[in-house]
Ligand binder design. Structure first.
Ligand code: HEM
Length: 462
């Protein structure tokens, strides 16, 4: 079965219609030919952009010369009130300094230390669900937010301060409807940007709560009683070049981006993985077999045995990359495939199109987790859910530990099935979500087992 993708727009539309479609949803506003093209240029009265769909160009932009293609300043528009000058928005020397402090916190050894936090979040999340029809994106969001809070601050999401950050974050997203990719491209200033005051209020509350948490943590660090978690690590790591640590305000910026990047993306990937398994019962049975085994005695060592589950998660990241497009700006004039690229043009690298590209993938729209055992290389210029090059996602290793683990804990307990008439329609908000949520029917595997045992014992009495 193919994995749903949005219907493409007609090949030729006016600039105005394109703009209108683009504002509704960036995925369905693109023409079908982008799944075959090597590059595409868009000219509108307001901006010129180039979508690069060829591995060599992708490498050039992200890997070989990232300093010539900084993050587009437009990205900051919708996110600055929440994220300040965090690593996600910074460029140049300020960005490089932040990465020098952050990267060691995500090193291999540190990841192992996140295992108990992730296990706790997964077990709590699986326990919160109930039999029946469930909107799983929201449940996945709750679970992933819990996972990142426990990893950052050793606090479960139902602790009052964590819960209030999560609640305000949801308000922020609702109040800032242009917090989607359309905000990343240079629309003219007069295009309405949404209910800014409500979003700003929510952002102020979130930053206030995070500031209280980091101040509390700083006091614990000074008293020598701080838990050894991600927040402590980032707050105590000096820049190897200057010896300076993050200041209080900078720390709020970084925690805000870890919270945002660390739960929105993982939640999207988890929800799509569950949907794909619901739509493919044979694959679900295989993953559930691994999961039941793992959940009997979960340990870091036994995580490596979730091989098929990991391939399911990889395949979900291919078909529904949480970050569907990355936007850069040409710092100078360039020439791409014999075409002039003017200074200031927006350069779009689109995992969404690269991952379903007819030239790069066999049966690109099919869900086939087994393809990952046939020599397909994760981390190439045609599969880049975590980007690559200097600005590669620092949380990639963490996410690849978290995703299969949460998926396994859910599958060990719940059988998931699609709901008739509610096939999800992918749309690009900040991450790739379903337009009307992802609805699944959940059934407890123990109930299944009890009923099938009862049926077979009735059979033998008859
Ligand atoms: C499935 C989960 C995830 C996916 C698919 C993902 C994907 C990405 C991608 C594609 C980027 C690059 C964006 C761009 O350059 O425009 C990125 C950046 C980033 N991610 Fe992730 N991410 C995930 C999880 C996480 C987690 C768990 C964390 C932290 C706890 C995290 C923290 C960050 C940060 C801080 C950046 C900015 C890096 C920079 O600009 O130097 N991400 N992520």
């Amino acid at each position: 079965m193919t994995a749903p993708k949005p219907q493409a727009r007609p090949e030729r539309v006016s600039a105005w219609r394109f703009l209108r479609l683009f504002r509704q949803d960036i995925l369905s506003s693109q023409p079908e030919r982008l799944y075959r093209a090597r590059m595409a240029e868009f000219r509108t009265p307001f901006f010129r952009s180039f979508l690069v769909n060829e591995p060599d160009l992708v490498r050039e932009v992200l890997m070989a010369r990232p300093e010539d293609f900084p993050k587009s300043g437009r990205i900051a528009e919708g996110l600055r009130p929440l994220l300040g000058n965090s690593v996600f928005l910074a460029n140049g020397a300020a960005w490089a300094r932040q990465r020098r402090i952050i990267d060691p916190a995500f090193g291999r050894g540190r990841l192992k230390e996140a295992f108990p936090a992730l296990l706790g979040a997964g077990q709590a999340g699986a326990g919160r669900l109930a039999e029946g029809i469930v909107e799983i994106e929201q449940a996945a969001s709750h679970m992933a937010a819990d996972a990142i809070f426990r990893t950052l601050f050793s606090l479960p999401i139902d602790a009052p301060l964590a819960a209030s950050v999560y609640r305000d974050f949801r308000t922020y997203q609702r109040a800032q409807p242009l917090l989607n990719l359309a905000a990343f491209l240079p629309l003219p200033r007069w295009v309405p940007r949404g209910h800014r005051p409500a979003a700003r209020d929510a952002a102020r509350r979130i930053r206030g709560a995070i500031a209280r948490m980091t101040a509390h943590r700083l006091a614990e660090i000074e008293a020598g009683s701080a838990p050894d978690d991600l927040a402590t690590k980032i707050m105590t790591t000096p820049d190897p070049e200057t010896g300076a640590r993050f200041g209080a305000e900078e720390m709020v910026d970084q925690v805000a981006i870890f919270f945002l990047a660390g739960h929105e993306t993982s939640a999207a990937a988890l929800a799509w993985s569950l949907y794909l398994l619901a739509a493919h019962p044979e694959a679900q049975a295989r993953a559930a077999g691994e999961a039941r085994h793992f959940a009997e005695a979960p340990s870091l060592a036994s995580l490596s045995r979730l091989r098929f589950t990991r391939d399911v998660f990889r395949e979900a990241l291919r078909l529904y990359p949480p970050v569907p497009m990355m936007v850069r700006e040409a710092a100078g004039r360039e020439r791409f495939r014999d075409r002039e690229v003017p200074k200031g043009a927006q350069i779009v690298v689109s995992p969404w199109h690269l991952h379903r590209h007819a030239r790069h993938w066999d049966r690109p729209d099919d869900f086939d987790p087994d393809r990952w055992q046939k020599g397909v290389c994760p981390g190439s210029a045609t599969y880049l859910p975590f980007s690559f090059g200097a600005r590669v996602c620092p949380g990639a290793g963490f996410a690849m530990l978290e995703g299969p683990l949460l998926l396994a804990l859910l599958l060990a307990r719940w059988r998931v099935a699609p709901v008739d008439g509610r096939a999800p329609v992918p749309v690009a908000h900040l991450t790739v979500r379903s337009r009307d949520g992802i609805w699944l029917e959940l059934r407890n595997r123990d109930t299944d087992l009890r009923e099938s045992l009862a049926r077979s014992s009735q059979g033998s009495c008859a």
